[in-house]
Ligand binder design. Structure first.
Ligand SMILES: Cc1cc2nc3c(=O)[nH]c(=O)nc-3n(C[C@H](O)[C@H](O)[C@H](O)COP(=O)(O)OP(=O)(O)OC[C@H]3O[C@@H](n4cnc5c(N)ncnc54)[C@H](O)[C@@H]3O)c2cc1C
Length: 430
């Protein structure tokens, strides 16, 4: 157990706090005891995973609890294609465990450094028109309320509360166990092309017939990079699971690196690999930390905001972004990352009851200035994208206040009501 008042930074080093105590329980029992103590003393509690969030979700001046030691696999059921894990397991470890058992997660974000609970709790998503965010595949979980009482929520027994807890930003309690639906691990083929932006906008339906589909676009330019991934085999060949994800290490993730650096100067390619290693680049997070430094001259991190807009507004939003970028009203230094995802019923999901287009904006953090000024490029982008009914990504930079959030997340009030029922200490989870 670590204690003290050391400064704690998040992964991108844009958020910092000095918690009263920093705790890393090894067991669920220890976690429960800590919560009971905090509850009796009225101490503020916040739970963190890998701190890959760039918003202030991962900071607290009270008790900061890291779940990184709760990382065991509890059960894998090949027949029903499901896995139950402790919530602090990192996604890249889960991917490897699943692959050895012929299974994989249906979708993944760009990196797999996050904990399962952290990724679930902020609505982390990949780019798959027919899959939802990762949390949609959570079929059951155990939540330990801030009072130390635990509850098990399943799709069958309590679908509403499960939909509230699936994306709950650590505000309803600490998720200790998660059961997720999986799919057979497979080989997949990835293709990268450079295409005209108008052509892609006019033929969106064709591109969306791909299982996974993502765009990288420097908005003042007329060409963009299109990544498509499709599965080409199922798990009947058990050898797929034993393919080493790092075999082609030099190539993994390089296109994203080059796209961020050079946009449309990227050379197209086609390749085949194990599905999970194509969806998300294994251990990319580690190298992204270095990449951030390289891209910004070693001075600061590359930061990211991302907004979910109704999928049908995508072409209008892109045209508005194009005009603003050409007029110099928004930064055009780094490409936008454009992805798509299916609607769901999760209360605080960015895709709540709407098929969604996610637009990610990158900019370096200028450490020579301070305060809000350094995030000016993010503010300008947010001002524009708000015109398209944008919902912010919980784990990335945004400037939505509670009233703004209430306007764009229809279940905001219901979530707050549940939150006051769940936590009897007002500060808990803030
Ligand atoms: C390099 C990089 C790439 C990324 N790629 C993508 C992407 O492709 N798609 C995407 O959607 N997002 C992406 N993100 C965002 C990232 O997935 C989210 O910020 C995610 O929440 C980080 O997980 P984490 O384990 O670091 O959680 P943290 O950042 O530590 O915590 C996030 C939230 O989860 C809560 N939480 C953590 N553990 C628990 C628990 N046990 N119980 C309850 N609540 C808990 C915390 O309180 C906090 O509110 C990326 C971020 C980075 C830095």
């Amino acid at each position: 157990m670590l204690t003290g008042q050391r400064k704690r930074w998040n992964w991108a080093r844009n958020q910092c706090c000095r918690p009263q105590r920093f705790l890393r329980p090894r067991t669920t029992q220890e976690l429960t005891r800590i919560l009971q103590e905090c509850h009796s003393s009225g101490s503020e509690v916040k739970v963190i995973g890998s701190t890959h969030s760039m918003s202030d979700l991962v900071c607290s001046d009270g008790y900061l609890i890291s779940i990184d030691r709760l990382k065991q696999v509890i059960d894998i059921d090949r027949d029903s294609a499901s896995v139950t894990v402790q919530s602090g397991m990192k996604l890249y470890r889960l991917n490897n465990v699943l692959a050895r058992n012929g299974l994989a997660l249906k979708t993944l974000g760009s990196t797999a450094e996050q904990t399962v609970a952290g990724a679930i709790s902020t609505g982390t998503h990949g780019s798959c028109r027919n899959c939802g965010i990762l949390a949609t595949d959570v079929s059951e979980l155990e939540l330990i309320e801030f009072s130390g009482t635990s509850m098990r929520l399943t799709e069958a027994s309590d679908p509403d509360r499960l939909n509230a807890v699936r994306v709950s930003l650590g505000q309803l309690g600490i998720i200790s166990e998660i059961k997720m639906r999986c799919v057979p691990v497979s080989l997949a083929s990835e293709k990268l092309e450079k295409l005209d932006v108008d052509f892609v906008m006019d033929n969106l339906d064709t591109f969306q017939s791909n299982e996974h589909f993502r765009l990288c676009w420097k908005p003042a330019k007329s060409m963009l990079v299109v990544q498509t991934i499709n599965r080409i085999a199922d798990s009947s060949d058990r050898r797929i699971g034993t393919l080493r994800p790092y075999r082609d290490r030099a190539a993994w993730g390089q296109w994203l690196v080059r796209a961020l650096k050079k946009g449309d100067t990227l050379a197209p390619f086609e390749r085949t690999g194990r599905s999970d290693t194509l969806f998300c680049y294994p251990r990319l997070g580690v190298r992204l930390a270095g990449l951030s430094n390289r891209l910004t001259g070693g001075k600061s991190a590359l930061l990211n905001s991302e907004y979910a807009i109704p999928a049908e507004k995508w072409p209008d939003a892109c045209r508005a972004i194009q005009v603003a970028a050409r007029d110099g009203e928004i930064s055009r230094k780094y490409p936008l990352e454009i992805r798509f995802g299916a609607r769901d019923d999760i209360w605080l999901s960015p895709a709540y009851q709407q098929d969604t287009c996610y637009i990610g904006f990158y900019e370096k953090r200028d450490t020579s200035q301070n305060g809000n000024e350094e995030l000016g490029a993010f503010r300008a982008f947010e001002e524009l994208i708000r015109n398209f009914d944008a919902r912010p990504h919980w784990g990335k930079i945004h400037f939505f206040n509670p009233e703004d959030l209430r306007r764009v997340f229809p279940m905001w009030d219901s979530f707050q009501t549940l939150r006051s029922e769940f936590s009897s200490t007002p500060n808990n989870g803030k």
